[in-house]
Design a protein around this ligand. Structure first.
Ligand code: FPP
Length: 242
C-alpha cells in the first residue's frame, strides 16, 4: 500500500514539530461518551504519532497536553487527564529499557500533584540518555506564563546587578523560556479544524508554519502526520525576506 511517507522530502524534514491535540471532547460528544473518554482515546494517537515522528527522524515533538487555562474544566475532566498522564508515565517506566524516546515536561509544575511531579522527575532522569526523539509534553503550560516566568528570571539578574537592561537580547529571552534548550518549531499542527493558538508557545512560533487539520485528535493517524509534513514542505518559507 502506498503511503504519504514516501512523498516526504527527507532533506527538508522539520527538526521540531509542535502539536495542539484538539478535539477529544467533540470526539466523545459524537459518541455520547463523557469527555474524559475522549481524552483516553487521545492517548493512542499520541503514542503512534510519537513513534512515527521518531522513525522519520524528527528530533523534537512538543505536544500541548494541558494548558494553564484547562484547570477551569470540571474536576472530573481534570482528574481524567491527570490519571492518563500518570498511566502514560508509569507505562514508559515499566518498559523503559525498550524505549528510545527522551521525555521531558515543559510548563509550571508546582501546581501538579506531588506524585505526578515525582513521576516526571523519574521519567526525565531515566530517559535522559535515550538516543531517539525528544518528546516535550506541555503540562500546565501557557505561552504567557512561560514568558512571564522567563522575564522574572531576567529581571532577577538585573536586580542583582549581573545584567544591564540594554544588554537583553532575543536569544536571552529564548534561553529563559521552558523551551530554552531546543529550537523553535518549524511546523505547528492543530487538529479539529480550530484555527487558534490558544496561548501555546507564543514567542517560539514567530516563524512557524501552521497546518490546521480538520481531523479530531483521537482520529489523527500517522498518515495524517505524513500528509501535514508534505503540506508544510510545499510551502515557501521566507522568514520575512522576499
Ligand atoms: C483538547 O481537546 C485536549 C486536551 C485538553 C487534552 C489532551 C490530552 C491527550 C491527547 C491525551 C492525554 C495524554 C497525556 C500524556 C496526558 P478538547 O477537550 O479541548 O476538545 P474539544 O475542543 O473537542 O472539546
Amino acid at each position: 500500500m502506498s503511503s504519504l511517507k514516501d512523498e516526504i522530502d527527507m532533506q527538508n524534514l522539520p527538526v521540531h514539530i509542535a502539536i495542539i491535540m484538539d478535539g477529544n471532547g467533540r470526539w466523545a460528544k459524537k459518541r455520547f461518551l463523557p469527555r474524559k473518554l475522549g481524552h483516553k482515546a487521545g492517548a493512542d494517537p499520541l503514542e503512534n504519532i510519537t513513534k512515527a515522528a521518531d522513525k522519520l527522524g524528527v528530533k523534537h515533538l512538543t505536544v500541548y497536553a494541558f494548558s494553564t487555562e484547562n484547570w477551569k474544566r470540571s474536576d472530573e475532566e481534570v482528574k481524567g487527564i491527570m490519571d492518563l498522564l500518570r498511566n502514560y508515565l508509569d507505562r514508559y517506566v515499566a518498559k523503559a529499557d525498550k524505549e528510545d524516546i527522551k521525555i521531558d515536561i515543559i510548563g509550571e509544575r508546582s501546581r501538579l500533584d506531588q506524585d505526578i511531579q515525582e513521576k516526571i522527575k523519574l521519567i526525565e532522569s531515566i530517559s535522559a540518555d535515550k538516543p531517539g526523539l525528544n518528546l516535550h509534553i506541555a503540562l500546565n503550560y501557557g505561552g504567557r506564563d512561560d514568558l512571564l516566568r522567563g522575564f522574572k528570571k531576567i529581571a532577577g539578574r538585573i536586580e542583582d546587578g549581573s545584567l544591564r537592561a540594554e544588554d537583553i537580547t532575543e536569544e536571552m529571552i529564548s534561553e529563559n523560556l521552558d523551551t530554552g534548550f531546543y529550537p523553535d518549531p518549524e511546523l505547528v499542527i492543530r487538529t479539529s479544524g480550530e484555527e487558534r493558538i490558544s496561548n501555546f508557545m507564543l514567542w517560539q512560533i514567530a516563524y512557524s508554519e501552521f497546518v490546521f487539520n480538520s481531523k479530531l485528535w483521537p482520529d489523527y493517524t500517522e498518515e495524517d502526520l505524513y500528509g501535514d509534513i508534505c503540506y508544510y514542505q510545499n510551502r515557501d518559507r521566507r522568514f520575512g525576506g522576499r
